[in-house]
Design a protein. Structure first.
Length: 628
């Protein structure tokens, strides 16, 4: 059958991505939305939209019955789950088909077979696919798990059996920290997946994260579309992905891609899937040093890099296969052309431990030199209810070096305000000499974090730029100004004008035209200036015109909520003695946990946080007083 109408059971950039292909194919699209997404871009772009509940995902995007009902009400023939939410939920897949709708995804039996990491590894071992050493047993007694970890040898990785997306995963370096890490992992796993069971794996010291895109159809055909390298990660979340993998020779490619096809065949796979492997990179990529980790039974966030090097639209493949067609191409008809890289632009503040940043996108410009997959436009809001990814920036080049250059240039020109982003951090990572040389592993970012996180203070050239912009604003409304375009502009005459400007509590008198040269792009708005430079954003004002504050620990020991979220753990009671750095409260926001610690030794003088409570940005959580 040919699918003529499609409901997308997701939101944000993946919903917009699916709509784009569906529109090209002449397929009518139906969006679903929560209260928070009532005016979202995917709602505006779809042919029809149906409201499905409250802002929290558990009241809307995770309620399968509401989504199926929406599809029936809107007359949709098929449901595309995107990724995340219910995309790997076998019960939901069955419910879709039981309602007489087409499920744009693999069979429920395949989802179940690969959904539990321990069972999937046992299945792969039986199919002859190499797996990492570890414990996959049913006994979940903490003492047994600790004994198995001791037997495997540290470091080990604790992973949620039903995990994914970096959730429910902890590295344990020493036996003494195992129990605390286990408790934290199980709590996160239970909250994220409703299943707190874990498995134990040997932690590979120099791991590379290699994954292979596979596709199967209902006629028994399976192909791979080559590999991707997703080794650049922070807290197990992918940050920059590329295809093909650097340093991959043909022998290793044949081995890992062949293993991926074998894995897909073992579960009678239909549709798009990703088989993930871990490689020991201590001696480069070798066929005998790559092991199966898991299979994601859905489209991946990083699928655009595969599209860019193969020239294929993977969403179109999904729709055609779900409609009963055979695979569009045979294995021998697929080839690698050029290089592609994807950077995930997140709404987060690298200068403050990558805390999520929410709010309205008053200024939003990502450039047009590369492919941009996004679910927001200027004027939209970044909500605290969902993943903080703003966009994916995908650069392609004839060579890896060319792709890197295009990606770095794009990241350095990102303009977003007042929501904070990781653009500057991403630009530094992509421009790092080791990354350019292909010397990557999953410890790349953690081992270089100090040099990858940009200084939050404006460079000298940005101060000069801001001063010039403020002076230029004196020309008055409607009068043409030579400062309208400040990119690359530099005053060469005598510095006979100066202006006092402030940023982050610091005030300077800056002479326009002085050294260093202007750096970046600036926009004057009355008595303030927005400056963008190398992926960072800076707000300058005239002294005394106001400023802002953010959550966190103040010098007086007051801990405020740094973002809207939910308190998931309170580690202290009022009156307790605490030590500097001791964890006091843990928040959950944007699908991540964030801990607040004591700023100094002292006593908990006030405790306003309560486990399970929803809090807003700036709310008092704990106040610590210094002891005698």
């Amino acid at each position: 059958m040919t699918i003529k109408s499609l409901l997308i059971a997701n939101r944000g950039e993946i919903a917009c991505r699916v709509i784009r292909t569906a529109r090209r194919l002449g397929v009518r699209t139906v969006a679903v939305y929560s209260d928070a997404d009532r005016h979202a871009l995917h709602v505006r772009e779809a042919d029809e939209a149906v409201h499905i509940g409250g802002s929290p995902a558990r009241e809307s995007y995770l309620v399968g019955e509401k989504i199926v009902a929406a599809a029936k009400a809107a007359g949709a023939e098929a449901i595309h789950p995107g990724y995340g939410f219910l995309s790997e939920n076998a019960d939901f897949a069955e419910a879709v088909e039981a309602a007489g709708l087409v499920w744009v995804g693999p069979r429920a039996s395949s989802i179940r077979a690969m959904g539990l990491k321990d069972a999937a590894k046992k299945l792969m071992m039986a199919a002859g696919v190499p797996v990492t050493p570890g414990y996959l047993g049913e006994d979940q007694d903490p003492a047994r798990l600790r004994a198995e970890a001791d037997s495997i040898g540290y470091p080990v990785l604790i992973k949620a059996v039903a995990g994914g997306g970096g959730k429910g995963m902890r590295r344990v370096n020493h036996a003494a920290e195992f129990q605390d890490m286990l408790a934290s992992c199980k709590r996160e796993a239970a909250a994220s997946f409703g299943d707190d069971r874990v498995l134990i794996e040997k932690y590979i010291e120099r791991p590379r994260h290699i994954e292979v895109q596979v596709f199967g159809d209902s006629h028994g055909n399976v192909v791979h579309l080559f590999e991707r390298d997703c080794s650049l990660q922070r807290r197990h979340q992918k940050v920059i992905e590329e295809a093909p993998a650097p340093g991959m020779d043909e022998a290793t490619r044949a081995a890992v891609c062949g293993a991926a096809v074998k894995a897909a065949r073992a579960v009678d796979y239909v549709g798009a899937g990703t088989v993930e492997f871990i490689a020991d990179a201590s001696a480069g990529l070798r066929p005998d040093r790559v092991w199966f980790m898991e299979m994601n039974t859905r489209l991946q966030v990083e699928h655009p890099v595969t599209e860019e090097i193969t020239g294929q639209d993977l969403v179109e493949w999904q729709l055609r296969i779900a409609g009963g067609e055979a695979l569009p191409l045979r294995q021998e008809e697929l080839s690698i052309r050029g290089w592609a890289m994807e950077a995930r632009l997140y709404a987060e503040d690298p200068a403050h431990e990558f805390l999520p940043s929410t709010g309205r996108l008053d200024h939003f410009e990502l450039g047009r030199a590369v492919r941009v997959d996004t679910g927001v436009e200027e004027g939209d809001r970044i909500s605290p209810y969902y993943d903080p990814m703003i966009a994916k920036l995908i650069a392609r080049g004839a060579t890896r070096e060319e792709a890197i250059d295009r990606l770095v240039d794009t990241l350095e020109q990102v303009e977003v305000w007042p929501v904070r982003t990781n653009a500057g951090f991403l630009a530094r990572a992509a421009d790092d000499a080791d990354f350019r040389a292909g010397d990557v592993d999953t410890a790349f970012i953690p081992s270089r974090i100090d040099r990858l996180v940009p200084d939050p203070a404006p460079p000298e050239g940005v101060w000069n730029l801001a001063a010039a912009a403020l002076l230029a604003s004196d020309f008055g409304a409607g009068q043409e100004s030579p400062w309208d375009a400040l990119q690359g502009f530099r005053l060469n005459g005598p510095a006979d004008r100066g202006v006092a400007i402030s940023h982050g509590g610091a005030t300077r008198v800056v002479e326009a035209g002085g050294d260093p040269p202007l750096e970046g792009i600036a926009t004057a708005q009355g008595e303030s200036v927005l400056a963008f430079s190398r992926g960072q954003a800076f707000a300058f004002t005239l002294p005394g015109s106001g400023g802002g504050a953010s959550g966190g620990a103040a010098a007086d020991g007051t801990l405020l909520s740094p973002m809207p979220g939910r308190v998931i753990a309170v580690e202290v009671r009022q009156g307790d003695k605490v030590a500097k750095g001791q964890k006091l409260v843990t928040l959950e926001a944007m699908k991540m946990e964030h801990s607040l610690a004591a700023p100094f030794d002292g006593i908990v003088a006030e405790l306003a946080a309560e486990a399970g409570a929803q809090v807003q940005e700036g709310m008092l959580l704990v106040r610590v007083e210094k002891g005698e």
